[in-house]
Write a protein that binds this ligand. Structure first.
Ligand code: AMP
Length: 277
């Protein structure tokens, strides 16, 4: 496994890569959700490239950029085990040099959910992913359904800007009790870790109601909200049933829908979602 610590090193390694290139962008502190993307990329491509970059521009001023969990040695061992060919770990100063002033903004789909709770978040995400795509030049890039809105934003950017790659979205990997794997789960103390299962429970409730024929989105959101409210450590940011493509809030579920939510458990902000289709 080769490690590129500068943009020039990454480009030089890319020049020597033959065949299709599968790319998995991450912010590190890897878990089985990330590794599922790497495994899929390994099966589908000649060369697998992963990046580890905690992107400062997608964090708001009051968010957890400084305390975001990091463990590069552990990440590299995990990536080596999955037969990753190249790991790209650029320094922030090289990605955003003095005077950096070009940004990508994907409109509409970023207006809601994470976009409205975290102003500027998707501007940072779209810009860094576009930069990574330009540097790595992947044939295919792999994203997790765990961050459903992010996956839609990236797909839209790639389509709108005619980027020459395929975006692949892989299912959410969960712990045995349903909690979606996330680097931020490490911040939960044992009581909070137990409380965090309420996200999956609420989404499962939505899916069960949907399975029984419930199509009233407002009623479904009320049921989810009421379940989460019974958990004293949980504080809801949003609960949503939206069109799975546009993320417009639905009143009647008459198209494939995305049930999604953001909940704070203590100081840790968690998101999760489930498709209703
Ligand atoms: P992050 O390191 O959080 O930026 O995530 C890097 C990639 O891994 C993104 O495409 C995420 O959607 C994806 N990812 C994170 N958690 C999971 C999970 N539990 N299951 C599947 N993919 C995930």
């Amino acid at each position: 496994m080769q490690i590129a610590r500068t943009i020039a090193e990454m480009k030089a390694l890319r020049m020597k890569s033959l065949g299709s290139v599968g790319f998995v962008p991450t912010m590190g502190y890897l878990h089985d959700g990330h590794l599922a993307l790497v495994k899929q990329a390994r099966v589908e491509n000649s060369v697998v490239i992963a990046s580890i970059f905690v992107n400062p521009t997608q964090f708001g001023p009051t968010e957890d950029f400084k305390t975001y969990p990091r463990n590069t040695e552990r990440d590299l061992a995990m990536l080596r085990k999955e037969r990753t060919d190249i790991v790209f770990m650029p320094p922030a100063e090289e990605m955003y040099p003095e005077g950096f002033s070009s940004w990508i903004e994907v409109e509409n789909v970023t207006d809601r959910l994470e976009g409205s709770c975290r102003p500027g978040h998707f501007k940072g995400v779209a810009t860094v992913v576009a930069k990574l795509f330009n540097i790595v030049e992947p044939s295919r890039a792999y994203f997790g359904q765990k961050d459903a809105q992010q996956a839609l934003v990236i797909k839209k950017m790639v389509a709108d800007l005619n980027m020459n790659l395929e975006v692949i979205v892989a299912p959410t990997v969960r712990e045995s009790d349903g909690l979606a794997m996330s680097s931020r789960n490490v911040n939960l103390n044992p009581k909070e870790r137990q409380a965090a299962t309420v996200l999956f429970k609420a989404l499962t409730l939505a899916r069960n109601l949907w399975g029984k024929g419930e199509r009233n989105a407002k009623h479904m959101c009320q049921e989810m909200t009421s379940l989460i409210s019974k958990e004293p450590l949980a504080k809801i940011e949003y609960v949503s049933i939206a069109n799975a493509q546009t993320l417009e809030e639905l009143s009647k579920i008459d198209s494939p829908a995305l049930a999604s939510l953001a909940v704070r458990i203590g100081k840790t902000r968690l998101i999760d979602n489930m498709l209703l289709e």
